[in-house]
Design a protein. Structure first.
Length: 306
């Protein structure tokens, strides 16, 4: 619980709610219902275990803020509670209402416990990967996806790591719940294209295609785009990302819109797949771009805009 003043209003309430929802309790010493509500809110803050922050503002000591919020919501009495999310006041309630009603109010605005646990596991997995602990990262990502199936970031990283480890069958199982999102979500589309390339390189029926065969076709005709794209598919399956993008650029330099933008869309998918997590930086600073990703983005722009 924090007390809000004019001095900390911006940092504690506005900036603080950008990461964790903040419930602001506007009260006064002379207000009987305020004294009834206060302990209930404090108990709920403990019960919700970090899912929201409770802030208190004395209406008599900081009338500038309490008056502004009361006018905004058309409220003339206290206790008056305002929920701040993402730096903005989004909802509120008036009076010393029962704890169950407050829980209903909170559950509309604060993340579920499963969401927070999954997000923590996702962050821990990235730390494990940075330390080279692949098994640990995989375990944490699997836990995150199981805990919160709607966590798309964790699912993307989980499927991606399974594919990196050559576990394509497991990756397809993990990807199945979000396969319908692939056409609309770029990161999932990228995973789908990677899995398609793996299937192309190792077909269930018939012989596997060989790079040498595509090389022969390309040598016989520089504009054999089917051969060039097939070669790029094999390179993607082998995780030879820059080689695959170089081949796709050869198509784009000759025909930007070939096969309904297939080369360009696949190139963009590879950029999505090789983009590393952004490193943490101080507030106000912009994390640096990965040099390989930045170079190949520029190359794509140069070709497409020429």
């Amino acid at each position: 619980m924090i007390d809000i003043t004019l001095e900390n209003f911006q940092t504690a309430l506005i900036e603080g709610s950008a990461t964790t929802p903040v419930l602001l309790d506007i009260w006064a010493e002379w207000c009987g219902p305020c004294k009834q509500l206060g302990p209930v809110l404090e108990q709920l803050e403990t019960e919700y275990a970090g899912r929201f922050t409770l802030a208190k503002l004395d209406a008599d000591k900081v009338p500038q803020i309490s008056t502004q919020l009361s006018q905004m919501f058309g409220v003339r009495s206290i206790p008056f509670c305002v929920m701040f999310v993402g730096g903005q006041p989004v909802d509120g309630f008036v009076g010393a209402i029962p704890a169950e009603k407050i829980r209903e109010f909170l559950d509309k605005h604060v993340p579920a416990a499963e969401e927070l646990e999954a997000a923590a596991q996702e962050e821990a997995a990235q730390e494990a990967l940075a330390e080279g602990d692949t098994d640990g990262a995989l375990e944490k990502l699997q836990h995150a996806v199981t805990t919160d199936p709607a966590n798309d970031d964790a699912r993307f990283d989980y499927v991606k790591l399974l594919l990196q480890l050559g576990r394509s069958d497991d990756a397809k199982v993990a990807f199945a719940p979000v396969i319908a999102k692939a056409p609309a979500v770029r990161r999932f589309d990228a995973l789908q294209r990677w899995m398609n390339a793996i299937d192309f390189a190792a077909p269930v029926n018939g012989p596997a295609p060989a790079v040498a065969d595509f090389d022969s076709r390309i040598a016989a005709g520089k504009r054999d785009f089917e051969a060039r794209f097939g070669r790029a598919q094999l390179l993607i399956a082998e995780q030879r990302w820059t080689d695959a993008m170089d081949e796709l650029l050869e198509i784009l330099m000759r025909d930007k819109a070939w096969s309904e933008d297939l080369a360009r869309k696949t190139y963009i998918a590879i950029l999505e797949l090789i983009e590393p997590p952004k490193p943490k930086v101080a507030d106000g600073q912009i994390p640096p771009d990965d040099p390989t990703v930045a170079t190949y983005r520029r190359r794509l722009s140069s070709v497409v805009l020429s």
